[in-house]
Design a protein around this ligand. Structure first.
Ligand code: PDD
Length: 290
């Protein structure tokens, strides 16, 4: 099934969806977004994603252009149009189009609303078993990484650097501490304890991250939301990354050094199994909102 898009009230294909160059999303990255996984036609943790979207919009002082009900309708329609199987939704709101290019936005602009859905079968089992490779890089991003803004240049450059070194992800280090991946949250297993950095302005509060912690709590897996030193990456028995598109993936090689025995670890495997068992979506029509 084809990729489908929605732009300001109209359904169309991503190739034909056009935004004027005076859109502040284009000129300034003055915009925020969400990526939402869909399993078997049903969105996963949609309310949590739309809550975070609302927080990002509020941080940018952009009024949410659609009610929760209309978001559910639009995203549900998009998923139907792309085949209602396993999919990924991308949704973005920009501050809108202004007559002149000026950093200071005039108030009262009409936000641009864009969304698209694409069929997404997920990672192949063999690739998951092979695990990912990562490098560490200095985190040169701004102080509001908690906002899911489209202004992602530092993340893009980090991923580019990782790719040029043959790695899948860059794990970012600020002041000697792990923050997150270029497009993921980071977990380490240290002496059997699962540790992930706390939710601060330095990281995105990942929806997948929170779900993993819930799974760990429910299964009695010891975990902590605590600072992870760069040096801990050297000691870690396991390193994982998480995101809406990657779920939870093991990192088996960091900076060309094997993690553990270079194979996905036992704690990851347990969490991964729990994830697969609990990742069912909820119908768009049954979303409660918040
Ligand atoms: N990115 N941190 C960053 C910087 C991210 O870009 C992402 C996800 C995450 C994980 O968040 P979540 O579990 O809510 O997806 C953490 C998405 C997938 C993207 O930009 O495509």
């Amino acid at each position: 099934m084809a990729e489908t898009a929605y732009l300001n009230g109209e359904f169309l294909t991503p190739e034909t969806a056009c935004v004027p160059v005076m859109d502040r999303g284009f000129l300034f990255g003055d915009s925020c977004y969400e990526v939402i996984p869909v399993y078997d036609g049903q969105p996963f943790l949609l309310d949590a994603h739309l809550d975070r979207f609302a927080r990002s919009l509020a941080a940018l002082d952009i009024a949410d252009p659609m009610s929760r009900e209309v978001w559910n309708e639009v995203l549900g329609e998009l998923v139907q149009r792309c085949g209602a199987g396993d999919a990924l939704i991308y949704a973005q709101v920009t501050r809108g189009i202004s007559a002149i290019r000026d950093h200071a936005a005039v108030s009262g602009l009409k936000p641009t609303v864009f969304a698209m859905a694409k069929p997404f079968p997920g990672m192949a089992a063999a690739d998951i078993e092979r695990g990912l490779t990562a490098i560490t890089l200095e985190d040169i991003r701004w102080q509001r990484c908690d906002i899911k803004a489209t202004t992602l240049l530092a993340n893009v450059l980090a991923r580019k650097q990782a790719a040029s070194e043959g790695a899948d992800e860059a794990i970012l280090i600020r002041d000697g501490r792990v923050t997150e991946g270029a497009a993921s949250n980071v977990f380490v297993v240290l002496n059997g304890l699962v540790v992930t950095p706390p939710k601060t302005n330095e990281i995105l509060a990942g929806i997948t991250r929170d779900f993993i912690l819930e799974l760990a709590a429910g299964d009695g897996i010891p975990y902590a939301e605590a600072s992870v030193d760069a040096g801990d990456l050297e000691q870690a028995e396991e390193i994982w990354i998480s995101s809406s598109s990657k779920e939870v993936m093991p990192v088996v090689r960091l900076n060309a050094r094997l993690i553990g025995d270079g194979k996905p670890g036992a704690v990851w495997r347990r969490v991964r199994d729990l994830f697969s068992a609990h990742r069912s979506g909820t119908a768009f029509t049954e979303q409660t909102g918040s």
